[in-house]
Design a protein around this ligand. Structure first.
Ligand SMILES: [Fe+2]
Length: 301
C-alpha cells in the first residue's frame, strides 16, 4: 500500500545533491497518485451534520482531486461566508503573530501577500513559492498516509487542502484546512534553509523503514507543525500548528509548556498525542542548524 501511494523512487546518495530545486519535468506525474486512503470528513467534525457544508466540502475536494488529472490548480470561488471565516480567524491570529511569530515568518507572510481580507488561491501561492525557493503546492482532498505526504516534500512539493473549516467553530478544525495550510505552512517554505530541511525529511521518508518513518513523523510534528526557534535571545514560533491556532499559539508561551532546547535524538523518540494541547515543545537554534542535523540523520538511513 505504501508503495502505491508514494512517488516513484530513485533514491540517490543524498550527499551528491548539489541543486535542491526540482524542475517541472523531473516531478513524478501527479496523475499517478492513487491516494486510496484519503481521509474523509469525520463524524466529530463540526460540519458533520450540516448537509450544505458537506456538499460544499465535497465540491472543493473534487476540484483538488481534478489537479491529479490536469496538473493545474483550480481556483476556488470562495463564498462570502467562507471569506468571513477567513477574515475572522486571520484577523484574530494577526495580533498574536506580531507577539509570538518568528520574524522570518512575519516578513514572509507579508511578502507572500497574505492578508486578513480574503482567502488567497493556492495557484498564486504556489507561483510565489516556486519563484522564491522552488517549492510547489499540490491540492489534495484530505489527509494521506505519512510516507506519501512526506515523500512529496522530497520534490519540494507540499500537499495542501483547499476547503475551509465550519463556521460554527472558527477557532477549531480537526483536519488541515486552507487557514492551516496558508497561514500556518506556506510562509516558512520561502525560507531556503527550511525548504531544504523539508526536502531532507522527504528524502528520508522515501528511504525510511517503518521505524525510521515514525521517527520522521515525530521530527516533522515537533518542527514543521509545532516548532519554536531562538531569535536574539527570545523564543518565537514557526510551526504551522501553532501559527494557525490562537489556542495553541498562546498556550505555547505559557508556564504549562516545557520549552526544551532542540535535541534530534530526543525529538525522534518523543511520542506525542494528536489532540491535546502540546505539553512539551522544542526550540531550534536556527533553521540552518535544523537542516544540517537532519541531513546527517537521514544520511544514516
Ligand atoms: Fe500541517
Amino acid at each position: 500500500m505504501l508503495n502505491e501511494t508514494t512517488p516513484a523512487s530513485d533514491e540517490g546518495d543524498f550527499t551528491t545533491l548539489s541543486n535542491f530545486r526540482v524542475a517541472a519535468e523531473e516531478l513524478p506525474a501527479f496523475k499517478d497518485m492513487p491516494f486510496e486512503d484519503i481521509e474523509e470528513l469525520h463524524l466529530d467534525h463540526p460540519g458533520a451534520n450540516d448537509q450544505a457544508y458537506r456538499e460544499r466540502r465535497d465540491h472543493i475536494a473534487s476540484l483538488s482531486k481534478k489537479f491529479r488529472e490536469t496538473g493545474e490548480i483550480t481556483d476556488v470561488d470562495y463564498t462570502e461566508e467562507e471569506q468571513d471565516i477567513w477574515r475572522h480567524v486571520a484577523g484574530k491570529l494577526e495580533g498574536l503573530h506580531q507577539k509570538y511569530a518568528s520574524p522570518f515568518y512575519l516578513r514572509a507572510k507579508k511578502d507572500l501577500g497574505i492578508t486578513n481580507d480574503r482567502i488567497p488561491q493556492l495557484s498564486e501561492m504556489s507561483k510565489r513559492l516556486t519563484e522564491t525557493t522552488g517549492f510547489r503546492l499540490a491540492p489534495i482532498e484530505g489527509l494521506v498516509d505519512t510516507r506519501a505526504f512526506l515523500s512529496w516534500l522530497s520534490y519540494r512539493v507540499m500537499l495542501s487542502t483547499q476547503y475551509i473549516r465550519h463556521s460554527s467553530r472558527p477557532d477549531y478544525t480537526p483536519e488541515p484546512d486552507i487557514v492551516h495550510e496558508i497561514i500556518g505552512h506556506q510562509p516558512m517554505f520561502t525560507n531556503p534553509a527550511f525548504a531544504d530541511y523539508s526536502q531532507f525529511v522527504g528524502l528520508g521518508a522515501r528511504k525510511a523503514n517503518d521505524q525510521q518513518l515514525e521517527e520522521l513523523g515525530r521530527l516533522y510534528w515537533f518542527t514543521v507543525e509545532f516548532g519554536l526557534v531562538q531569535h536574539e535571545g527570545e523564543v518565537k514560533a514557526y510551526g504551522a500548528g501553532l501559527l494557525s491556532s490562537y489556542g495553541e499559539l498562546e498556550h505555547a508561551f505559557t508556564d504549562d509548556v516545557e520549552r526544551r532546547p532542540f535535541d534530534l535524538e530526543e525529538v525522534i523518540s518523543h511520542k506525542y498525542t494528536y489532540s491535546d494541547m502540546q505539553p512539551v515543545l522544542y526550540v531550534i537554534p536556527s533553521y540552518a542548524e535544523l537542516k544540517e542535523q537532519t541531513r546527517k540523520y537521514i544520511e544514516s538511513f
